[in-house]
Design a protein around this ligand. Structure first.
Ligand code: EPU
Length: 422
């Protein structure tokens, strides 16, 4: 198992290019199932989650090839297996998004029911409700979701809202299934995240007829076939947000290239309000902090609100603010595994239900800490860049799921991160 030794505090300087989005790549890889033929996805990140999803597609019969420039070609001419096995799904919950495309193309699918994970309960009831509305028969057998449809899925008006807003992968699943359904589907309360818009744009390039992209009402006119394509994935807004916090927490300046600031307005607004400068520059932006960090309140919300996937990283940043901040988690109410670990680094945090009160401290102090999930581990790495001494981050495989060789990207900027095997 790999661990990080991180020496702090450091100053960062220079330029970093943001990779393609993980959370856009995964459903778009699933969309390739819908078209029998060879699709090429450009700018996919080199992450373990992408490799696991490639394995899943290979198990279904696809031929998947990846080159060093981040291009993945997926030949889905033959799908001879419609089962998403437990062994793969337990490693990555996003596997659930093969359900819609398999059902639409093959008329049947079985996917292991995803269990809970470190960020809390993650039900898939809305995915199943949506697919049932399109005419699928769905039941649970031996821990697997079994979905079948006699002839073809049929378009319908579907409401996808849930107790915590819409569902990102649920919208992806229903959207993909609806592209090949008979007639018109209207998805109300669709997720508006840029990753869903990217999927919808990709599907339209494949020949789908989707309108309302970017809004909570998606209209899909079903077509008989979709075609394979070449498609360029959008930059990863969560990776970009993490580098923005890296600049802010170390009181440094970084140039982020290939960064869609227009996908990050809530984040940029929050950074500006706490004393961090974000200026458009070329294909991205320059992020700089000179003065103290001001305290603030953050409430995570569905897009275009503040993303839950940056909540932990901002908690690390606000731990060093002047004054008290409150962070409320409205998407995954239990996504607070990083609180105790940041506390080990001398952050002053108190959890109250789905909120955390962050009392700013003058400095963070290095400690051995445990990464628990992807974004929580990113928060620990960020805290370690600013903390005094050597922080040891255990279980860095969590961070490898969503950040491509983070030490190789941060070290040229001035970080001192060593990856060690234990
Ligand atoms: N929900 C339900 N029922 C459902 C589906 C979701 O109640 O059937 C609830 C969830 O429990 C949660 C809320 O709805 O409270 C939103 O969950 P959502 O379905 O939108 O999450 P997801 O699609 O499983 C994606 C990202 C997550 C990101 C969330 C929210 C991917 C692969 N994953 O998950 O990303 O946090 O949307 O934006 O796209 C990450 O990258 O670290 C990550 C966890």
């Amino acid at each position: 198992m790999d661990i990080f030794h991180i020496e702090g505090p450091v100053k960062l300087k220079g330029s970093v290019t943001i990779n393609g989005s993980k959370n856009a790549s995964l459903p778009i890889m699933a969309a390739s199932i819908l078209a029998g033929g060879c699709s090429t996805l450009k700018s996919t990140p080199n992450l373990s989650d992408i490799s696991v999803f490639s394995k899943l597609l290979i198990c279904l019969g696809c031929k998947v090839r990846k080159d060093s420039r981040g291009n993945i070609s997926i030949d889905s001419s033959v799908i001879d297996n419609t089962i998403g096995e437990y062994d793969i799904v337990r490693k990555m919950r996003a596997s659930i998004c093969i359900l819609g495309p398999l059902l639409a193309r093959c008329g049947k699918a079985q996917v292991s029911m995803p269990g809970g994970c470190a960020i809390g309960d993650r039900p898939v009831d809305i995915h199943l409700r949506g697919l049932r509305e399109l005419g699928a028969k769905i039941y649970l057998k031996n821990g697997y979701i079994v979905a079948e449809v006699r002839r073809r899925l049929t378009g319908k008006n579907i409401f996808l809202g849930g107790p915590f807003g819409s569902t990102v992968l649920g919208t992806a699943n229903i959207l993909m299934a609806a592209t090949l359904a008979k007639g018109k589907t209207i998805i109300e309360s669709a997720a508006c995240e840029p990753e869903i818009s990217d999927l919808a744009n990709c599907l339209n390039n494949m020949g789908a007829k989707i309108s309302g992209i970017g809004s909570p009402r998606l209209t899909v006119k079903g077509v008989k076939n979709l075609n394979p394509i070449k498609y360029n994935i959008i930059p990863d807004r969560i990776e970009a947000g993490t580098f923005m916090v890296a600049a802010a927490i170390t009181k440094s300046q970084l140039h982020l290239e290939n960064c869609r600031v227009d996908h990050m307005m809530a984040v940029v607004d929050k950074l500006r309000s706490i004393g961090v400068t974000v200026e458009a520059a070329g294909t991205g932006c320059i992020v700089r902090r000179k003065g103290p960090i001001k305290s603030t309140d953050i409430i995570t919300q569905p897009y275009p609100g503040f993303p839950t996937d940056l909540q932990a990283q901002f908690m690390a940043l606000l731990a060093l603010a002047k004054g008290n901040s409150i962070i409320v988690e409205k998407i995954f109410p239990d996504r607070f595994m990083h609180v105790a670990e940041l506390g080990r680094m001398a952050a002053d945090l108190r959890k109250e239900g789905r909120a955390v009160i962050v009392a700013g401290v003058k400095k963070l102090i290095a400690a051995p800490v445990m990464a628990s999930d992807l974004r929580a581990s990113a928060a620990l790495v960020l805290a370690a860049l600013a903390a005094e001494g050597k922080t040891i981050v255990n279980r860095v495989y969590h961070i490898d799921r969503g950040y491509e060789k983070i030490e190789k990207r941060l070290n040229p900027l001035g970080a001192k991160i060593q990856r060690k095997k234990v």
